[in-house]
Design a protein around this ligand. Structure first.
Ligand code: GN1
Ligand code: MG
Length: 366
């Protein structure tokens, strides 16, 4: 048995998972944590698989708080007995949803056989994606967000993200700032607009809610027929936030014509048919709970999320790739350029996107 197999076996035993260890496979998903699918053979001879993850301690300084949030939110959602659920996390003999091996924090949840999308050009899948993230908002509408820790402080504080980027561009620890001057100039030129959500929150114009904060379509598990969402996963960043963060991030990722890190970034852009489908689904679940001001921020939010994430990728590139997992040295730069190309396109499409939000709303209210 390899070292990693022995380690995963022992971690699963700490979570009281019984049966004979069969094997493990590293899943190359997510940009932050390390993820394995681990299979056991139970006493009846059937295979049962689990997702075992090491929480990235650089991104999450307090994994116990991350698991506290996940525990509360998953219990709340499960109590609603909706058709759409969340994964079940196993507990140790001490009733903890995590274990610390002296170096890293680990957790284990049931593996759910399902289908995952990474991009989407199908209207009904996109509508279901909007419904799923909207349903998540609705399921948590009566949850008191003050029970949650802010596990990554200022996660969607765009002004702070930009300040960090410009400060690191100035100190320039790896001598790369000059090579990304056009990207820095673009971000500086859209600074006010990109900071609008944070500004409105500070001005008391927008309410805090419980938000997922990582609403990529690949964080939804679809049934094998690919029609319905079975579960919403990756609850690491569940925190108090703005509805526009979840809406905008979902569009930024799934309605982009190319992948988030595509080197073909001149092709990046928002597919408005997909935007409309997502918006229809999302508002079908949330129109009754959102304020008029919140609805007014939806069309701009994908632009804001694209600029914010571009600044995070660019910042990580400038400081030597310390936060995001990368597959090649310029990976973060490619990601940043792709997000900026998308932002440029989203800015031009603002009037049409605003009109689509209002058309969808009229359809639902009719
Ligand atoms: C990270 O690791 P993953 O893919 O779940 C990041 C998100 C970014 C995303 C971009 C904790 O999420 O904020 O939007 O990459 N998560 C954290 O793909 O920083
Ligand atoms: Mg995530």
């Amino acid at each position: 048995m390899s070292d990693i197999d022995a380690q995963l076996k022992s971690i699963c035993k700490s979570f009281c998972i019984s049966g004979d260890y069969v094997d493990s496979e590293e899943l190359k998903i997510g940009n932050v944590n390390k993820t394995y699918k681990v299979t056991f053979c139970n006493l009846e001879g059937a295979f049962e698989s689990y997702i075992v993850q090491a929480i990235n301690g650089f991104a999450f300084h307090n994994p116990e708080q991350v698991m506290h949030n996940i525990d509360l939110v998953t219990k709340h959602i499960r109590s609603k007995a909706s058709e759409q659920s969340v994964p079940y996390f196993h507990h140790t003999a001490e009733q903890k949803p995590f274990m610390f091996d002296g170096e890293r924090y680990w957790r284990a949840c049931d593996y759910i056989p399902s289908h995952t999308f990474y991009t989407c050009d199908n209207g009904s899948i996109m509508r279901e994606t909007g419904r799923a993230f909207g349903r998540f908002q609705r399921q948590l509408e009566d949850f008191d967000f003050s029970k949650l820790f802010e596990t990554i402080p200022n996660f969607h504080n765009t002004p702070k993200r930009l300040e960090t980027l410009f400060a690191n561009a100035k100190s320039d620890p790896c001598g790369l700032a000059k090579s990304v001057q056009p990207e820095l100039n673009y971000i500086a030129s859209v600074r006010d607009e990109a900071c609008l959500l944070t500004q409105m929150l500070e001005d008391g114009k927008l309410p805090l809610r419980v938000t997922h904060n990582d609403t990529k379509i690949n964080n939804l598990l679809f049934d094998q027929n690919k029609h319905k969402v079975l579960a919403i996963v990756d609850l690491d960043t569940v925190m108090p936030g703005l509805v526009a963060h979840d809406f905008g991030d979902a569009i930024r990722y799934a309605a982009n014509r190319v992948a988030e890190d595509s080197p073909d970034y001149e092709k990046a852009g928002c597919d408005l048919t997909m935007f409309r489908a997502f918006t229809e689904g999302f508002l079908s679940q949330t129109s009754a709970i959102l304020t008029e001001t919140e609805i007014g921020t939806l069309a701009l939010s994908p632009f804001i999320m694209a600029v914010e994430l571009a600044s995070r990728f660019l910042d990580d590139y400038l400081i030597g790739n310390r936060y995001f997992n990368i597959n090649y040295p310029e990976h973060n730069l490619t990601r940043a350029r792709c997000q900026l190309a998308l932002a440029h396109d989203l800015k031009q499409k603002q009037p049409r996107m605003q009109a689509i939000v209002h058309e969808c709303l009229r359809l639902i209210e009719r």
